[in-house]
Design a protein around this ligand. Structure first.
Ligand code: 5AD
Ligand code: SF4
Length: 472
């Protein structure tokens, strides 16, 4: 069972690197024979990547993927706990699954991901959703075969959630969604404890993967023909700080650049750990993409302090300007929370001021959502929801204005685009991303899928642009 008190703890216990933890005996390898699975994923890239691991584990057990929940024998929901609406969506979806379960009693239903790490959520499942078969946490993914086996044999709810700081399991298989782009975990967990954020409780303490495992993975991806890797962590600039070696994010970026992979991205950065050395390495290597996601959260130094972000408005702006100066053509995006407890109109105006100063390429914006167990959820808050919604609206208007302005600079220019596939909206169009992470709808032959091509930009929108392949 998850336990909030345990999840809050940070000790000096050594993180273990486990190379043989994931193991299937012969019986487990056929447990899913003639059965289909369906996974619904919520939340961040880390969760998407966990789903890629879960898919590979299920396929090791002979399950076959299906893309409709109705045809599945096993339905898993990989959940997100970051805001209340993510939480509500999961409980809404569970309502639909319950109907299916009534008509299909052998259907196995499981919940995993960040919500499974929340004590209050699992309590609710035990009380009101007894028909669910398995609940497993973010530290238990490698043990899914055994959890499933026990639940299927005993036909009862099986909960396996560890509220631990966590280890690093190195031998979990992966079934990647794309043949061209891959996510690579470089670290797990987070020790920043921003006061609004649930992640340090659901994902455990910061544990960096040793460089040799990361480089092995990237080298293999290069060999398999992958063009792009995104290095993943809650807080990637702090990479390596928990290892006993003198090796940080700048070193890792340089070593990954030297593998020869065509494109390197990394998310998410925290302004606090962003070193000059990192900026130098990013500008030095052409295969490290000029794109940085740098969450601001608030433009008011008072609110930033209450959030526990450990930088001021001025420090953020100066880091932003340094990055813009030193990395040519860089695009910078951000995350902003409005309506943090007691954010005044003046505080909010300071956020708008920073947006006016930085003119972000784009931003994810949110209304503060109190998460059980975090310090911010216990703060008194005199600001009503209507006011918060109005602030979000005003902020979005400004963000959109600058997104369009940033995109307009691309009109009639030629930019490199990794063509990923066919557009979902229009069968005759291809889609891909520029080096600066702009979404482009491209006219051109399907033969270009899986390559990086020069695209001439013909039309600009707020969230995307259109273009055609140069020389086509
Ligand atoms: N309420 C609203 N937004 C949040 N985020 C994290 N926690 C909360 C919360 N409690 C936002 C932050 C973070 C992004 C991933 O989600 O902006 O950068
Ligand atoms: Fe949450 Fe802050 Fe860690 Fe990001 S850095 S995951 S916002 S605690």
């Amino acid at each position: 069972m998850p336990n909030l008190k345990e999840a809050q703890k940070r000790t000096n216990k050594k993180v273990l690197v486990k190379e043989n933890e994931y193991f299937l005996n012969d019986a487990l390898k056929v447990l899913g024979k003639d059965k289909k699975y369906f996974i619904k994923t919520y939340g961040c890239q880390m969760n998407e990547h966990d789903t890629e691991n879960i898919k590979a584990i299920l396929e090791d057990m002979s399950f076959i993927e299906t893309d409709t929940m109705e045809s599945a024998d096993l339905i898993l929901m990989n959940t997100c706990a970051i805001r209340e609406n993510a939480h509500n969506k999961v409980f809404g979806y569970l309502g639909r699954i319950k109907h299916l379960k009534e008509t299909k009693p052998n259907l196995i239903v499981g919940i995993c991901g960040c919500m499974a790490q929340e004590e209050a959520v699992v309590d609710e499942i035990l009380k009101k959703y007894k028909w669910i078969d398995i609940v497993f946490g973010t530290h238990n993914i490698h043990n899914l075969p055994n959890i499933l086996n026990t639940s299927m044999a005993k036909k009862r709810l099986e909960v396996e959630v560890l509220s631990i700081e966590g280890d690093v399991i190195e031998n979990i298989p992966v079934k990647r969604d794309s043949k061209y782009k891959a996510w690579v975990n470089i670290m797990y967990g987070c020790d920043k404890f921003c006061t609004y954020c649930i992640v340090p409780y659901t994902r455990g303490k910061q544990r960096s993967r040793e460089p040799k495992y990361i480089l092995e993975e990237v080298n293999k991806l290069v060999k398999d023909g992958y063009l792009e890797v995104t290095l993943l962590g809650q807080n990637v600039n702090a990479y390596g700080k928990d290892l006993d070696i003198n090796y940080g994010m700048a070193n890792l970026l340089e070593d990954v650049a030297n593998t020869g992979i065509k494109r390197i991205r990394f998310v998410t950065s925290h302004p606090w750990d962003f070193t000059d050395e990192m900026i130098d390495i990013i500008s030095k290597y052409d295969n490290i993409m000029p794109y940085i996601h740098l969450p601001l959260q608030s433009g008011s130094s008072k609110i930033l302090k209450l959030m526990g972000r450990r930088y001021t408005k001025e420090e953020y702006i100066s880091l932003f300007n340094k990055i813009k100066e030193k990395i040519p053509n860089v695009s910078i995006t951000t995350d902003i929370i409005v309506g943090f407890p007691n954010e005044t109109e003046d505080d909010f105006n300071e956020t708008l001021e920073v947006v006016n100063a930085c003119k972000f390429d784009s931003a994810f914006t949110f209304i503060f959502s109190p998460r059980v167990g975090t310090p911010a959820a216990r703060m008194q808050d005199g600001i009503c929801l209507k006011e918060k919604e109005q602030r979000l609206y005003r902020l979005n208007e400004l963000i959109n204005k600058y997104s369009l302005e940033a995109n307009q600079k691309y009109l009639n220019k030629v930019v490199p685009v990794l063509i990923e596939g066919v557009s979902e909206k229009d069968d005759n169009m291809l889609v891909g991303y520029t080096d600066t992470m702009k979404l482009v709808n491209v006219e051109g032959s399907k033969d270009y899928i899986g390559s990086i091509v020069d695209v001439y930009i013909t039309d600009i929108k707020t969230w995307s642009m259109n273009g055609k392949i140069k020389n086509d």
